[in-house]
Ligand binder design. Structure first.
Ligand code: GSH
Length: 202
């Protein structure tokens, strides 16, 4: 398998998962991930929106990080990273989707309107609105990890890998603060895992 990677981006999820599963992965770091690269026909052929990550495995080529995580788990895993109990599985799917579809979305809006877009294209009003939406997500996570170490209990699962990257964005944007102490503790627990450290440094 090969992952097209940019430091600090969602490819972290895939590299971290491979580390947890002891799976080899070839990391191809994109040297200059700028507007010209994203718009190039060669990259758009792999990733129609120009984004990272992209995963290639033989004939397979994918461009959605959560789908990559599920593909790798089903094809090469799942180790003990996916619960088997149907009720736990329901929550496992909830948290995997919540991490990307619900939580990462307002966090992305903040990043786009504070860092990524050229200053003249930023819409200042988006930031407080997105912060409020992301804070509601964090309130849900806060309640979940109040009496448990990880999202599904005291056992680490791939849902924590999905959420770990979103929590990293929450910290980076200043949404994760001491107002959510359980979530901070949860994030620090994730940060201590060797796979997360390796993926962040890759
Ligand atoms: N839902 C997609 C989101 C991909 C995404 O937003 N990637 C970011 C990096 S983490 C990116 O390439 N941003 C560059 C841009 O939007 O121009 C996934 O999970 O793969």
């Amino acid at each position: 398998m090969k992952i097209y990677h940019v430091k600090g981006t969602r490819s972290i999820r895939v590299i971290w998962l491979c580390h947890e599963l002891n799976l080899p992965i070839d990391i191809e770091t994109i040297p200059t991930f700028d507007a010209a690269f994203k718009a190039s026909p060669e990259w758009r052929a792999k990733s129609p929106t120009g984004k990272v990550p992209v995963l290639e495995d033989g004939e397979i080529s994918m461009y959605e990080s959560g789908a990559m995580v599920e593909y790798i788990l089903q094809r090469y895993g799942p180790g003990d990273l996916v619960p088997t109990d149907p009720s736990d599985l329901a929550l496992y799917y909830q948290w995997c989707w919540f991490a990307e579809a619900t939580f990462a979305r307002p966090l992305g809006d903040i990043i786009h309107n504070t860092v990524m877009k050229p200053p003249e294209e930023r819409i200042a009003a988006v930031v407080p609105d997105a912060t409020q939406r992301a804070t509601l997500c964090l309130d849900g996570i806060e309640r979940c990890v109040e009496s448990r170490q990880y999202l599904l209990g005291d056992t680490f699962t791939a849902a924590d890998i999905m959420m770990g990257y979103s929590m990293m964005l929450a910290e980076r944007t200043g949404v994760l603060t001491s107002a959510h102490p359980n979530s901070q503790r949860y994030f620090h627990l994730l940060e201590g895992r060797e796979g997360f450290k390796a993926a962040r440094e890759a």
